[in-house]
Design a protein. Structure first.
Length: 187
């Protein structure tokens, strides 16, 4: 008969182990329910935050579009006002240079009086060439400014495109925590 008390002891130990495992499982389920309830209470505040963020992105998009429109308007106004005048000045300077060159060709260089005129004309040609170089430099600076404004507009468009892509993605901290299966818990 010594076999029966050993079997009874083993059965009692197994029953006790099963009861403790069940109690641990019940305690774990209670904690998961509390956590789920807490997350359920936080969900409306996350939804409200998302709505505020989406509205902020829409407002910023509208502001960026307004800035882009203003930049385009400024560039158009500057083009209308400055470039025609620069071209006119360059044309006037070229005409003056051509007139001076023509007068030099027609004037002889033989006499002393003509030499002084020639020197004066050469100084004037040098001055005109300097002015042409300055006007060309200003034109280059203006064109560099235009290119910079165009790049700024492209950067604004790219920023607006990135902001619209981010608004479609859910935030990382709003994702619900994975729920463990009851059968996956250790006993």
């Amino acid at each position: 008969m010594p076999v029966i008390p050993g079997l009874i002891r083993r059965a009692a130990v197994e029953a006790e182990r099963q009861l403790r495992g069940g109690a641990g499982l019940l305690a774990g389920l209670g904690r998961d329910l509390e956590r789920s309830a807490r997350l359920g209470r936080l969900l409306p505040s996350y939804i409200e935050r998302m709505a505020v963020l989406e509205q902020t992105v829409r407002d910023q998009d509208a502001e960026l579009r307004a800035v882009r429109t203003e930049l385009d308007s400024l560039v158009a106004q500057l083009n209308d006002r400055l470039l025609p005048r620069i071209d006119e000045r360059m044309d006037d300077t070229e005409r003056d240079l051509a007139a001076v060159a023509t007068s030099l060709i027609s004037t002889g260089r033989d006499t002393a009086a003509h030499r002084t005129r020639l020197e004066t004309a050469e100084r004037r040609i040098t001055d005109l060439r300097t002015k042409i170089a300055q006007v060309e430099q200003r034109t280059g600076s203006w064109r560099d400014l235009q290119a910079g404004m165009a790049r700024l507009g492209d950067d604004l468009d790219a920023m607006r495109a990135r902001m619209s892509l981010r608004s479609a993605e859910p935030p990382a901290d709003a994702a619900p925590a994975p729920v463990q299966n009851i059968t996956d818990r250790p006993a």
